[in-house]
Design a protein. Structure first.
Length: 164
């Protein structure tokens, strides 16, 4: 069972990394194509700019998910440099749980937004409805909430025991 879980996690990391690379490349290719088409042929792809905007959102959220996966997101750690290891772990755990709470709230709020976009049925890119592109919001924030919660648990479990 342990081998299966390790294989699953390794494959999930590869899929996530591959999706991030694919999103970034598609965004860059469309942006370059738009620039070339406009400058060389005085034309462009009608939905190209909207597509690039959506890919910026998706790339940013996938990047944030990867950062939360590796617990390497941006943080301010000035105070933690001066704290003893035990307190540092407790602060890290509380910080992770705070981040999980914020991401959980954003997951809920973006779910409400997604439902609203679905009801409106407006197109975002070509004839693709805007809600299709908004699906990333609750999914990404939900995944990040889970990961931050798990990092908090990990930090609390790794707090060194006080010596009596």
């Amino acid at each position: 069972m342990k081998h299966f879980l390790e294989t699953f996690v390794r494959m999930a990391r590869r899929v996530e990394d591959g999706a991030l690379i694919a999103l970034f490349l598609s965004m860059m290719l469309m942006a370059v194509a738009q620039i070339l088409l406009r400058n060389l042929f005085s034309s462009g792809i009608v939905w190209g700019d909207s597509f690039v905007s959506m890919m910026v959102l998706w790339t940013a959220l996938f990047g944030a998910m990867v950062a939360s996966r590796d617990d390497s997101h941006i943080r301010v750690e000035v105070a933690s440099r001066f704290l003893p290891e035990r307190v540092r772990r407790l602060v890290a755990g509380l910080t992770s749980w705070f981040a999980a709470a914020v991401c959980g709230f954003l997951c809920y709020a973006s779910g409400v937004f997604l439902a609203s976009e679905y009801e409106d049925g407006l197109a975002a890119v070509g004839s693709v409805p805007s809600w299709v592109f908004a699906v990333i919001l609750p999914a990404a924030f939900g995944i990040m909430a889970f990961r931050h919660f798990a990092h908090g648990v990990s930090n609390f479990l790794s707090v060194p025991r006080a010596v009596s």
